[in-house]
Design a protein around this ligand. Structure first.
Ligand code: FAD
Length: 288
């Protein structure tokens, strides 16, 4: 079933993001994560695509297959074009089709100083257009409540997002954010710009100090005072930081659902314990 169809069936679509195990860990380690996530009944699970975008790396496809065939959950396979030529993408699409994986999160990917980018697709919207032309796929795209870090301003960013939707993206997943008002303003601007596809809110529970710096660079924005207070108070107490991070995420989700947000996309960081605690806390809110 397409992700967009899921949004027609449910008031709040609840989904997880996982990433392939690190290079030196066998792919089987993902079974343990999925075994535990399955019981939490997400509506779909998205699987990230390696930041290097190596076309020979099949782990995203393999894990998406496992999600679909062994766990009976709809997979959303991420795919980036920054380090893939048209031929590479065409080959990957063939493999996805063979495995019956028809939902793709089409992304440009980040520039890496050590890998010269391929130039067949400059932006995600061009990848979306290409995938749609091949037929048989449903395409989702990424969006940025704080604006994309490379963007000059929010107006251009929304304008470019509209191009992605016009190219055929049926659904959007947001970058993480910690201030719900930023997300609400973003959705309002998107709707004014005529972007009418479902938008899932990306929520990342902060559970360790290590995550925090990376998150700040991703959101390209200052953090709410309530959030920074948690960090400064508990940064040297991992257990308390994890509990506070979970509580903060639950609080964010309750507010988002109460405000009619269509989807909650939890960045699980392959941590089923955290996903379980959050899911248990909100289970009756996402039941229909
Ligand atoms: P685009 O939509 O192409 O946007 C990139 C920039 O170009 C923006 O500033 C945009 O405004 C601008 N732009 C777009 N179109 C035009 C145009 N026509 N003219 C001028 N400017 C334009 N990375 C990975 O490597 N693997 C993953 O699995 C992965 N998963 C992600 C999942 C989510 C939900 C999100 C939010 C991000 C993910 N990323 C992933 C990171 C992503 O690849 C980077 O944020 C990347 O820098 C941008 O990708 P994009 O698809 O949003 O690009």
């Amino acid at each position: 079933m397409s992700i967009a169809e899921l949004f027609k069936k449910k008031q709040t679509v609840y989904s997880f993001e996982i990433f392939p195990p690190k290079k030196d860990s066998p792919i089987d380690t993902i079974y343990n994560t999925l075994d535990q996530l399955e019981g939490l009944h997400p509506d779909y699970i998205s699987v990230t695509y390696g930041a290097g975008g190596n076309p020979a790396d099949k782990t995203t496809i393999d894990i998406s297959s496992i999600v679909k065939d062994k766990f009976n959950i709809t997979p959303l396979a991420h795919l980036t074009c920054i380090n893939n030529s048209r031929e590479d993408i065409s080959e990957i699409l063939g493999q996805l089709k063979e495995r019956g994986i028809d939902n793709i999160l089409a992304l440009r990917g980040d520039f890496r100083p050590d890998i010269p980018p391929k130039t067949d697709f400059r932006y995600a919207s061009e990848l979306v257009e290409y995938i749609i032309k091949q037929g048989g796929f449903h395409v989702s795209g990424a969006c940025y409540p704080h604006g994309h870090p490379e963007g000059e301003n929010m107006i251009d960013d929304i304008h470019n997002l509209r191009k992605k939707v016009d190219a055929g993206a049926e659904h959007l997943v947001s970058q993480l954010f910690f201030d719900n008002s930023v997300f609400y303003s973003f959705v309002e601007r998107a709707r004014i710009a005529g972007i009418n596809v479902p938008i899932g809110a990306g929520i990342m529970p902060v559970t360790s100090k290590k995550q925090i710096e990376r998150m700040v660079s991703l959101t390209a924005a200052s953090l709410p005072v309530k959030f920074t207070k948690i960090i400064s108070r508990y940064e040297h107490n991992p257990e308390a930081l994890r509990d506070a991070g979970i509580a903060y995420a639950v609080d964010q989700i309750v507010d988002l659902i109460s405000n009619g947000v269509q989807g909650i996309h939890l960045y699980t960081m392959n941590n089923p314990l955290v996903a379980r605690r959050i899911t248990q806390a909100i289970s009756s809110l996402i039941a229909d």
